[in-house]
Design a binder for this molecule. Structure first.
Ligand code: SAM
Length: 265
């Protein structure tokens, strides 16, 4: 992994990967692949940011996945490296130009690139754990991190961008959203997390929120660990955890239960 070295280099493509020990994983056809992520951004120096830390960052260093952050401005054609213009029809703010963004996409993802193309957008489909699993099973992803008021609609259509939102609120740019999506996906790649069982039992994996966790000390400010968890009775522990997961889901996210029922689980 190679972090950007100086502000002067921010226009260069920044690749974060060490191919020296690429482990790769098998795709559906049994071929060895490494998940390849590309982010198109106006702020490549923000990457890898948090994606360079902990197990996901370790996965990058170990070649379990690769990440390149490409500056959209590199595809501008004027000497000011202009990427935006005023909105047609008037109104506040600026809009990312279709021609500049299309050129950036074409340079990063030539014909034949099978990776899905996502556009970070508050009006997109909400990101889910199921989408993270689907992306992790593929060859990689190209993510456009928007800025300003948004991007010219025509490039969304012309380059087949899938709009994805990370929640019902508005960020100032798509970089943090891209990082959130890549973190959710990268931790599912083979070899990135040490303990695959922890993925199977966590929130959303079976349509429920996760049960509460406890660890030593046995007593904390007058609160004891629930007796069942120290009983050694694995059947009772599993039943307690299941009941707690259901209780929390009913309380906090009844919509998940409806979705689960509709999916026939
Ligand atoms: N005018 C836009 C709207 O009302 O939908 C908001 C634009 S926002 C200031 C700038 C960029 O941040 C967006 O183009 C998008 O890439 C990103 N962004 C903001 N909120 C987001 C969210 N909830 N999920 C994903 N991306 C988001």
């Amino acid at each position: 992994m190679r972090p950007p070295e100086s502000k002067n280099q921010r226009h260069a493509m920044v690749a974060f990967a060490t191919p020296s020990c690429v482990a790769g994983h098998k795709d559906r056809n049994g071929r060895m692949t490494t998940f390849a992520a590309t982010v198109l951004t106006l702020f490549p120096e923000l990457f890898p940011g948090p994606l360079g830390a902990s197990l996901v960052g370790r996965g990058l260093v170990d070649g379990r996945w690769t990440l390149e952050a490409r500056d959209i401005r590199d595809s501008a054609t004027d000497r000011h490296r202009t990427v935006d213009d005023t909105p047609s029809g008037g109104g506040a703010g600026m809009v990312l130009r279709a021609d500049v963004l299309a050129a950036a996409i074409d340079a990063a993802s030539p014909a034949g690139d099978a990776r899905p193309r996502l556009l970070m957008s508050p009006r997109g489909r909400p990101m889910t754990q199921a989408m993270a699993r689907e992306l992790a099973a593929g060859p990689g992803v190209l993510i456009v991190a928007g800025r300003f008021e948004g991007v010219d609609e025509r490039v969304i259509e012309a380059r087949g961008l899938r709009e994805v939102s990370i929640g019902d609120y508005v960020l100032s740019g798509g970089d943090i959203a891209a990082m959130a999506i890549l973190d959710a996906v990268a931790r599912l790649l083979p070899g990135v997390l040490g303990n695959a069982a922890s993925i199977e039992s966590e929130s959303f994996s079976d349509g429920l929120l996760e049960y509460p966790h406890y660890t030593r000390p046995q007593m904390f400010e007058g609160r004891a660990i629930p007796e069942v968890l120290t009983s050694g009775d694995h059947g009772r522990i599993a039943a307690w955890r299941r009941a707690e997961a259901e209780r929390l889901t009913v309380e906090r996210r009844p919509d998940l239960l409806t979705r689960r029922r509709d999916a026939g689980n």
